[in-house]
Design a protein around this ligand. Structure first.
Ligand SMILES: [Zn+2]
Length: 336
């Protein structure tokens, strides 16, 4: 695994105190160094704006570019544009396309994040764009085309990715905290896709406070079986560290064991895997998680270096209910 990183990704700068700030990447890079990982500086591609237009409406892209030229702009209460935002967001898209083209297993250590950005910005029924500008993961999937799969393990539903890929026969799987309890309020199992995309959109909502036992079960019983049946050419992972128990913005109770288990299973599939950074706001989780991920990817070390978590009985009951719904809807299209 190679890490695509540039200081340009820190030029997206919040105009006020914000959890999604440039220093997240300093912690990430510290984790990369601790693991002895290799960093590569991405270059801006000439076709980058064509790539962005694969997923976004022209008027939306123009608006973002105007705000960058102006020097700043608040898109909504959560999401802002600073002078360096367009360069940072476009370089993230360049990096992911290069990793796919060069067939490099990669971690794209970029910001701003992307999975809440829909075709025209705010996606589905979300109140805001949730810190996101261009949907790097969806762009990667559309760039790959046939055989692309996106697996979104950020704690929030990737509503933008779902919206953009909804009528495409490209697999989108999202595990996230239950939409009744967290932004953006979508990501129910009955949202299965439409047209050519029917059956290709899989939402696995998790009740607050589920632990590693539940997450590992979801990976074993849903995520990996679906990926095997779909047989992807490329797996794009939308990685958010915010499903960790120490994240300040959400309420799942996972340890790094869940993350490593997921990545271990995915990497064992031996498919080209490109990981895109989305959320995650606890700085030590970003650092330690990145270090653990790279140790796993580079040397096969499975070392979460923290205690695993278990799900309380009452929470497990809620999980069983939603898992039945997942099987009911996804089971129409896949063997589960
Ligand atoms: Zn998130």
């Amino acid at each position: 695994m190679i890490v695509y990183y540039s200081e340009v990704f820190k030029r997206h700068v919040p105009p006020y105190r914000h959890p999604e700030a440039p220093d997240r990447l300093d912690y990430l890079i510290e984790g990369v160094r601790e693991a002895g990982g290799r960093v590569k500086e991405p270059k801006m591609r000439e076709d980058v704006w064509q790539l962005i237009h694969l997923a976004h409406d022209k008027n939306y892209v123009n608006l973002i570019n105007k705000l960058c030229e102006k020097g700043q702009g608040e898109i909504d209460g959560d999401t802002y544009v600073s002078p360096g935002t367009c360069e940072a967001a476009a370089l993230a898209v360049s990096a992911v396309a290069d990793a796919v083209e060069k067939r490099e297993t990669a971690l794209i250590a970029a910001r701003p994040p992307g999975h809440h950005a829909g075709f025209m910005g705010r996606a589905l029924t979300a109140p805001t764009q949730g810190f996101c500008i261009f949907n790097t993961a969806a762009i990667a999937a559309l760039y790959v085309g046939e055989g692309a799969a996106v697996v979104d393990i950020d704690v929030h539903h990737g509503n933008g990715t779902q919206e953009i890929l909804y009528d495409k026969d490209l697999l989108y799987i999202s595990t996230h905290q239950h939409p009744a309890t967290l932004y953006p309020g979508t990501g129910y199992p009955e949202e299965v896709g439409e047209g050519r995309g029917e059956g290709y959109n899989i939402n696995i909502p998790l009740p607050p406070q589920v632990g590693d036992d539940v997450y590992i079960k979801v990976v074993d019983e849903v995520v990996i079986p679906l990926l095997r049946q779909y047989d992807p050419k490329v797996i794009v992972v939308s990685l958010g560290w915010d499903a960790h128990r120490d994240d300040p913005l959400a309420d799942l109770n996972l340890s790094l064991k869940s993350y490593l288990y997921f990545f271990d299973q995915v990497l064992k599939m031996q498919k080209l895997t490109v990981v895109v950074l989305e959320g995650g706001y606890n700085r030590s989780v970003i650092k330690n998680g990145t270090e653990a991920l790279l140790r796993l990817a580079l040397r096969g070390e499975f070392a979460p270096k923290e205690s695993a978590t278990e799900t309380a009985h009452s929470v497990y009951k809620h999980f069983e209910t939603t898992m039945r719904e997942v099987r009911q809807y996804a089971g129409r299209y896949w063997r589960l």
